[in-house]
Design a protein around this ligand. Structure first.
Ligand code: KG4
Ligand code: ZN
Length: 336
């Protein structure tokens, strides 16, 4: 079954074609938000509208197939920005109606959880998923396809959001995570001892105190902190990464589950990969990261999950709404 995947939940416009063997995809990260220091919802919707059809036509042409060969459509319906979600959802509904084929509305986080199977077929549940991006920091116990339990989540900012906001404070371009990663390679990540909030308390996360701690220092001694920007941001990254590693380690110990799959934009972080590998070696668990392309939001993961649900006979009604706050735990198990 050739499935078309569509992803427009935030600031990546992405389209993929997946037939079970061959995958073609395009991911465009919208540049329009850079000047604003964060994603502007209305601009995201407009850019999705501008980009989605040309991307779709490119992927179809590159795959050497016709739109008429597509047998099902998978689209992100939430969580995300409502206006952005509506663009992808309406394109999916229009194609479904016009082509007379089923479509399935998917939870974006379920895509992140299963993205690993695109590259590692031997990942089977139960496993622990850590979704860590600009909008999410969630630790999920994956019992089976469609059966998820959130065992830890951020109480305030997402990990990527804290990196982005602090990067912007120091004059970097949004999103700052990848640049902080690069600049930290030659920096002293122990130069500043920033707080690791809630590190001993359960599996939830909190990153807003870190932001405040840096801001207080910045306001108190702006000149020297700015001059030492590289070490400051490397220390920020270290604080974020250390909390993520400690919580994952704790989750492995508490659940006894020994496969951990990390996804989302922050999964591209080299220090996170390094410290997670050390922890995995130390307490004997397997840690899996997607290649960098699949860390970020993409339609390949949506096409993958969609194909699984569509081939199991599932489909969504044409009045399926965008669900900006859609939780993973409300999903159902599928027999596919
Ligand atoms: O998954 P994603 O593309 O979009 C959502 O936020 O949903 O993730 C983007 C986030 C941003 O916060 C960005 O700064 C962060 O991922 N990011 C990184 C790296 N690459 C992207 N953070 C740390 N290190 C990186 N190498
Ligand atoms: Zn995402």
């Amino acid at each position: 079954m050739l499935v078309l995947g569509i992803e427009t939940s935030c600031d990546e416009t992405s389209v993929a074609l997946w037939d079970g063997n061959k995958l073609n995809y395009r991911i465009t990260t919208q540049e329009v938000h850079r000047a604003w220091g964060g994603v502007v919802p209305e601009l995201a919707s407009r850019d999705h509208q501008r980009l989605i059809i040309p991307l779709l036509l490119e992927v179809i042409a590159e795959s050497g197939v016709s739109l008429l060969d597509v047998k099902g459509i998978a689209v992100t319906a939430g969580p995300g920005l409502v206006g952005a979600l509506l663009v992808g959802l309406n394109v999916a509904k229009g194609l479904s109606l016009g082509l007379g084929i089923p479509f399935i509305a998917l939870n974006h986080l379920e895509g992140h959880l299963w993205v690993h199977q695109l590259e590692h077929q031997n990942i089977v549940p139960p496993f622990l998923g850590l979704i860590v991006s600009g909008g999410h920091t969630e630790l999920v116990k994956v019992n089976d396809f469609g059966s998820y339990k959130i065992i830890g989540q951020t109480r305030d900012d997402a990990a990527g959001e804290a990196l982005d906001k602090l990067g912007v404070l120091f004059g970097m371009t949004f999103p700052a995570g990848a640049d902080i990663d690069k600049m930290s390679k030659d920096a002293d990540c122990r130069a500043y001892d920033f707080p690791r909030a809630m590190i001993r308390d359960g599996l939830d996360f909190s990153f807003s105190g870190l932001k405040t701690a840096v801001r207080i220092r910045w306001e108190r001694d702006r000149e020297s902190v700015l001059a030492d920007r590289t070490d400051v941001l490397a220390s920020v990254q270290e604080a974020v990464v250390e909390v993520l590693v400690v919580k994952v380690t704790k989750a492995v110990e508490q659940t006894g589950i020994t496969t951990v799959c990390i996804s989302g934009g922050v999964a591209a972080n080299s220090r996170l990969r390094e410290l997670m590998a050390i922890s995995a070696e130390k307490i004997s668990y397997r840690v899996v990261f997607p290649s960098t392309t699949f860390c970020t939001d993409n339609a390949a993961m949506i096409a993958w999950v969609g194909r699984k649900r569509l081939t199991a006979g599932e489909q969504s009604p044409l009045d399926f709404p965008a669900k900006p706050g859609w939780t993973l735990e409300s999903l159902r198990l599928t027999s596919g």
